[in-house]
Design a protein around this ligand. Structure first.
Ligand code: PRX
Length: 637
């Protein structure tokens, strides 16, 4: 497969960028022409950021699964589409060619239909990293059902919240999942969630770990039994549903600065074009390359760069079930050598955690197949960047630092591997189609170089979110209302003397813990649910491995005389309400919180205290009771 839109030189990048800004419709029409459309579009772009209303390729009909599967069959049906490395390196790996994957997706699409799933229905997927997860996602896309994948680390309550918000009547899960030396009882978590969700009609359960599960008559069915039914029907084909360009493809929940996670909605055509385009250009994918993205499919990175981008590009994508440190901290390197991986895409937190094991786990590993390294999810510190570049890439693989968000569908700012220059800890330059600008608090553009401000984007790209599920006003408020006519990213950013961008982190109340997005309000709500808690305030602080850790200041009246036990109780509560990923790293009991006279908590002060930066607390005179600050400083942990 060749990619007519692949940019292979700096001059071509400059040219493409210029064209994408001067005549975006012509630029994206040309890119889109290399995809399979059941019907071509009437209009390339229609937009305003006020409503907001964004529509790409309006009038077109297509199916992303046809682009990810069917279109590859005549030319490379026997090429591996998906390589699966199991959690336990002693277990058998699996390789599915494009033909195999197409067959299995059609088969499972028929399972979905047999179970009453129709176009437009919402399907929640809660599974470990097994090939069937990819199959389930693609089967939903094939029949036009809207998938909503929930990461395996979320609690029953979080799943219930998402099921209710999406009004999802169907769930796909498995009995359990393996992750390192842990076995996660997925079905049992689903069962707990469903106590609150009586509207769920069907749960399709894959066998993976063979732990006991309770299968409820009339509601729960086994994946394998349902496949057998399709086999006895003679495995009929399942033609890809004709989807409108702007039909929703999926919902993915993500945290914001307010309490409840939002269901970010991506639509069929624009998302497909954007993920494929960015995959091919950022990583400079070559047709025989093996691409290994270590993210979980439960996050946007997995959606876009394990599944849709690579498969639409006809690439070979690797799915890894386990964790980087099990059975030992050399696991990623073993996988790279075993499959001769060419592109490795991971998170700074994984790099920092592996750095902590020293160079021992790299010894005896060849890593000679590697051509491109990528990072995503959080700012990468220079030390981690250099370690990655020197010890993993052996100074011969470009590192792409890719900045983007759940809402952006794919990468917006990144160097293109080996094509545009890299700079440690800088995402560098915007991709064609992306028009970033920095603004001050009043929304005034900050021009020139060597400046910093809040990062906004002033023109839509094909992969931008269209709405937040069931609440368009929330989408407007969150992303398009802070600065009129701009998409506000929530990130702070600086632009250096060469116009390179460096993302410095969130400027809102969103934390980034090990590359996972968590809202401070969400964690506070969970902590406040504990009976002993009167009030709490949560802030982030610098953490060597996780990037940010969660620091909770808690006013507590539980009083059972054992502070450690109280901390554990609170942690357990957060784990139950949100999931283990949101557990506070530090809990400090306080008598009061620094509040203004109008009752607003001054987080700025708490952030400084959590960092131990007592000298720069700023003006505390406007506080209702300045004395609480002294008390909190003394109790800092
Ligand atoms: O703060 C930015 C940070 O992660 C946020 C988006 O999180 P999420 O929607 O979960 O998506 C993560 C994977 C795309 C951003 O607002 N972020 C992401 N990539 C980078 C980054 N910060 C700095 N550098 C990056 N490369």
């Amino acid at each position: 497969m060749s990619y007519p839109f692949q940019i292979t030189s700096r001059e071509a990048y400059d040219e493409a960028y210029k064209k994408s800004v001067q005549d975006p419709e012509a630029y994206w029409a040309e890119v889109a022409s290399s995809f399979v459309w059941q019907k071509k579009w009437d209009k390339v772009l229609d937009w305003n950021f006020m409503d907001p209303k964004i529509s790409w390729f309006e009038g077109a009909k297509l199916n992303i699964s046809e682009n990810c599967l069917d279109r590859h069959l005549p030319t490379h049906g026997d090429k591996p589409a998906l390589i699966w490395e199991p959690n336990d390196p002693e277990d058998h790996h699996r390789i599915l060619t494009y033909r195999d994957l197409h067959f299995k997706v059609e088969q499972f699409s028929n399972v979905l239909k047999n179970n009453g799933v129709k176009k437009g229905d919402r399907v929640c997927i809660y599974m470990g990293m097994v090939p069937e997860l990819a199959i389930a996602v693609l089967a939903c896309a094939r029949i036009g059902a809207i998938h909503s994948v929930v990461f395996g680390g979320f609690s029953a309550q979080s799943i219930a919240d998402r099921l209710i918000d999406a009004q999802a009547e169907f769930v796909i899960s498995s009995d359990g999942a393996y992750r390192g030396n842990k076995e996660i009882p997925l079905k049992s978590v689903i069962d707990d969630a469903l106590v609150q969700c009586r509207f769920v009609k069907k749960v399709i359960v894959l066998t993976r770990t063979r732990i006991p599960v309770s299968m409820i008559k009339g509601r729960d069915v086994w994946w394998e039994d349902e496949i057998k039914k399709v086999e006895t029907q003679g495995n009929p084909p399942c033609p890809a549903e004709a989807m409108d360009a702007e039909d929703p493809l999926f919902i993915l929940y993500t945290s914001g600065s307010t309490g409840k996670p939002k269901g970010v909605v991506h639509t069929c055509a624009g998302y497909m074009v954007w993920t494929t385009y960015t995959f091919v250009n950022v990583f400079q994918y070559q047709p025989d390359d093996i691409h290994f993205c270590t993210a979980d499919i439960g996050w946007i990175t997995g959606h876009s760069y394990i599944l849709y981008g690579p498969l639409s590009a006809g690439a070979t994508t690797l799915i890894f079930e386990g964790v980087p440190t099990w059975p030992d901290a050399g696991r990623f390197w073993d996988i790279v050598d075993k499959y001769r991986v060419n592109i490795l895409y991971t998170a700074p937190t994984a790099i920092r955690s592996l750095m902590g094991f020293g160079l021992g786990p790299l010894q005896g590993k060849h890593l000679t197949s590697l051509k491109v390294l990528g990072t995503v999810g959080e700012p990468i510190n220079e030390e981690a960047w250099h370690w990655y570049y020197e010890h993993v890439g052996k100074k011969k693989c470009p590192v792409v630092d890719t900045w983007w968000q759940t809402e952006t569908g794919g990468v917006l700012i990144s160097n293109l591997a080996g094509v545009t220059p890299a700079k440690p800890s800088y995402a560098t330059l915007p991709l064609p189609g992306i028009q970033p600008l920095l603004v001050d608090e009043n929304g005034k553009e900050i021009e020139g170089n060597n400046v910093s401000g809040n990062l906004c984007i002033k023109f839509p790209w094909p992969g931008i979110l269209r709405t937040t599920y069931g609440d368009h006003e929330r989408c407007r408020q969150n992303y398009f209302a802070t600065y009129p006519n701009l998409y506000f990213t929530g990130d702070g950013c600086l632009r250096d003397e060469n116009g390179f961008y460096r993302i410095t982190g969130r400027v809102d109340d969103v934390l980034n813990v090990s590359g996972h997005r968590i809202g401070t309000a969400e964690v506070e709500n969970a902590i406040n649910m504990h009976t002993g808690v009167v009030e709490s305030a949560v802030v982030g602080y610098t953490h060597d491995v996780k990037g940010q850790g969660i620091y909770a200041f808690v006013i507590y009246s539980g009083n059972h005389g054992d502070e450690n036990l109280s901390r554990q109780d609170i942690t357990q509560t957060v784990s139950r309400i949100i999931g283990p990923l949101a557990k506070p790293d530090k809990i400090q009991f306080v008598k009061g919180l620094p509040k203004t006279r109008s009752g607003k908590i001054m987080r700025r002060i708490l952030r400084k205290i959590a960092e131990g930066d007592f000298a720069n607390l700023g003006d505390t005179s406007t506080l209702l009771d300045p004395n609480v600050v002294e008390e909190i400083k003394e109790g800092k942990i």
